[in-house]
Design a binder for this molecule. Sequence first.
Ligand code: SIN
Length: 493
Amino acid sequence: MKPQHKPETDILIIGSGISGLMCALKAAETYHVTILTKKKLATTATAMAQGGIAAAQENSDDGMREHEEDTLIAGEHHNQKQAVQHVIRHAPNMIKILREYGVEFDSELTLEGGHRKKRIHHTKDTTGKTIEDALIKAVKKQKNITIIEDAMTLELLGDTKACRGCQYLKDATIYTIQSAYTVLATGGAGQVYAHTTNPKVATGDGIAMAHRLGATISDMEFIQFHPTALLDRYNPHFLLSESLRGEGAMLRNAKGEAFMKQYDPRGDLAPRDKVSQAIFIEQKKGKVFLDISHKPAAWIRERFPAIYPAVLKRTKQDMTKEPVAITPVAHYLCGGVEVNTRGETSVPHLYAIGETARTGLHGANRLASNSLLEGAVYGIKAAEDILQKLSTKEKLPSGSAKKTSFSIASQPFAMKHVRQQIQDTMWTLAGIHRTQADLSKALFQLQRIRDILPPIHMVNEEIMEARNLLEVSLLIVKAAQKRKKSLGCHWIK
Ligand code: SIN
């Protein structure tokens, strides 16, 4: 049955990855929830996550302390300790909750870069999809949740005193939905770069909208580049999970040499920023490869049942027999809309969770497999906070919400070209390795792109995405300009 648009809801959640769905499930135990999602429920970065979700063993204080330390080391201690403790202490419970939703994790834990020991829960190499499928099944059963798919959120309603819902576009109609609480769970912004693992929908919509509303945004210079995306010509690039290295794969340069130890004593399993930067240097001399061919072929096919055939299909390279050419590409935004441990932004009645949020967990470089974890913890904590507030306070913030008068663009605008220009600018001038001169050029080029965008009231999905990409790119470049010294994934000369 087609979901009916309702002009009001208790809790509006924009986005449908792990954080949005966990938040919806918790909140819908008591109140009405509406989930708006730009494409289909499963069109998320969560569904593409391969490696897993990090959590120390339950009741193991030592294990949690070590997980905290590894998170801080990977993040170059730019993390907020309170957020680190908050997330990691809740990690074992998140695994338990996901199991209750039907996620069957493999019995063996795995390892990824920056982790001193195996603590990553996974389902072979499709952990994100298994989680997303289980949560979607649960959400679809819950009567208190209305799901609106193919809905592009245009703007948040309200001002810095209160968020009151949003306006969205669906089937060539603009709707307004008022909500007591609005939760941004729109994922990251990898599509600002020409080369990324992120799905096409990752255009930073939530961050751009929160910024336009006046919410505090921070740490935008910390873009994590995943060291091992498949070297091919697609956007998004196919990811070769870090768990391949966790299970023994090695990086090799064009001469076949294992080079990582020259750069970092932790070798192939150093944190991601260090590995990506080393590969970037090695790539000046020739291609870089990931090699797991020394492991038994049957085991590789069994342990990596999604990655093995995908690589074969896309590049004709057989991982069981030969090394595979890889490259670092944009993967994860450590910054975003600043929130406290309850997911509250600086704007009352507005929450941000998952990759949209800057919680302080990741610092200057995220520890592998901490992102699904963060999404789950903040999804639930935001819901609990909202439930508590709804039980004691008025529902909708008082006062009327001023709407923007949008018109749906009837004439075609060349947005594909604009998007490509933004992506190329960001990749060449504000990518893995930065200089102040390049960042100034990037700023200049982005400002010129702004001049060719359609007028602000003119909307369609492509225009909005281009506008959001541009806005987030400007935030990244300006933040990068301010940070004069290298730290974590911000590598500058
Ligand atoms: C991977 O499988 O390498 C990605 C996991 C993550 O981004 O933490």
